[in-house]
Design a binder for this molecule. Structure first.
Ligand code: NAG
Ligand code: NAG
Ligand code: ZN
Length: 374
């Protein structure tokens, strides 16, 4: 095919237009996800920035996509979404790509979600595990870093520095799919998510963190390492309920919403709690549905269901974003949380005071811009 293209008409083969249409009839490969992001960056350079943000343990790319409305006004707030930290949850990168397509390609219908906010999406947070799950052992959940004794992989959603290792015995078992790692942030993939969170909190823009999982049909908010409600748990509860009600109204799928602790008990090391701990005022895990025609497919719905499930997840993601945006208008200050521990391998050269000032200044600018222009 490529050779034929070269012979017939080079231009029509490299034209990116067709690539930017999401293919929803099968699960994407790692390369497919990377190519899709690149095609958007090429086609929509004024609204899309694709960053080769880091490397996985096996040196695959960890790409993020920053989506804006292209007006280049400073001081916008940020929604940060990731997917596939658990590699066998195959619908999650598809849902992330679907959301990206809605925000970029179908921008006109969704421009309200990009007026005062930018989005940063990491659609494939654990590419090594994802490829291993697709090609070798579909139930694979973790990274692929070696733990000695012929056991591999760390559960990324136990590897964050918040009550790390607390909860249950398997977290310390290097051969368990719940292994929390040799230390907090032992995994490059978790450090990338951490560094993105820190950047957004430090520059005053991080409002909502959303991590996509399957297939428990739940909308979770912090804490999960502690039964105590957070200071703003009523706000997160309201937002979660709004989203699950919207999903029910549009699809009849029932998604429950609750503080994550009351799902499975105490569990440390999650990205959900870490985001909230470092200063995202809103943090959610969306455990999407794996149901089709009354059957529970859990992590591997048949490809014929991808389109419907991705569209259903978008109803929830959109609703969360709508409410977050409504609750955090440019004039509302985000309470700052002092960084307690300088956790391992964290970037250390940042001047906290300068960053605080910069964050306040850009909030002010956004507020002025909004009221003069809008
Ligand atoms: C904060 O950092 C993110 C990520 O680099 C960037 O997209 C955003 O524009 C920054 N926001 C502010 C207010 O500086
Ligand atoms: C979600 O997790 C809870 C707790 O482990 C379990 O009781 C419930 O059956 C799960 N629901 C689905 C849809 O998997
Ligand atoms: Zn998961």
């Amino acid at each position: 095919m490529p050779a034929l293209c070269a012979i017939v008409l080079l231009v029509s083969c490299v034209a990116p237009a067709a690539l930017t249409e999401l293919y929803l009839s099968d699960y994407y490969t790692y390369e497919g996800v990377m190519d899709y992001l690149d095609s958007l960056a090429k086609q929509y350079p004024q609204r899309v920035l694709v960053k080769d943000a880091g490397r996985s343990y096996e040196r695959r790319m960890l790409k993020t996509i920053t989506i804006t409305n292209g007006d280049r006004l400073p001081g916008k707030r940020t929604i940060f979404m990731d997917a596939a930290l658990h590699s066998r949850e195959w619908m999650t990168p598809m849902a992330a790509l679907y959301a990206i397509q809605e925000l970029v390609v179908n921008f006109k219908q969704n421009s309200d979600l990009l007026r005062n906010f930018n989005w940063i999406v990491l659609p494939l947070g654990n590419p090594d595990g994802y490829e291993y799950s697709r090609n070798s052992d579909r139930w694979w959940r973790n990274t692929r870093s070696p733990n000695g004794a012929e056991c591999y992989g760390t559960n990324l959603n136990r590897n964050f520095d918040v009550a790390w290792g607390q909860g249950y015995a398997e977290l310390a078992d290097p051969c368990s799919e719940s292994y929390a790692g040799s230390e907090a942030f032992s995994e490059a993939e978790a450090r990338l998510v951490r560094d993105t969170m820190h950047e957004l909190v430090d520059n005053g823009s991080g409002v909502m963190y959303l991590s996509l999982h399957t297939a428990n049909r739940s909308m979770f908010y912090p804490w999960v390492h502690d039964s105590t409600p957070t200071s703003n748990h009523l706000e997160m509860q309201e937002i979660a309920r709004y989203a699950t009600n919207r999903i029910y109204a549009e699809t009849s799928t029932v998604i429950k919403s609750l503080q994550a602790f009351y799902y499975g008990g105490e569990m440390g090391g999650t990205s959900l709690d870490y985001a909230f701990k470092v200063g995202f005022p809103l943090s959610f895990v969306f455990e999407m549905s794996g149901l089709a025609h009354g059957l529970e497919y859990k992590f591997f719905p048949p490809p014929t269901e991808i389109h419907r499930l991705a569209a259903e997840s978008w109803v929830g993601i959109r609703a969360l974003a709508e409410k977050a945006i409504e609750k955090y208008p440019p004039g509302r200050l985000i309470p700052r949380v002092p960084r307690v521990t300088a956790s391992n391998k964290a970037p250390s050269s940042r001047d906290y005071n300068v960053l605080v000032l910069r964050g306040l200044l850009s909030t002010l600018l956004a507020y002025v811009a909004q009221h003069l222009i809008g």
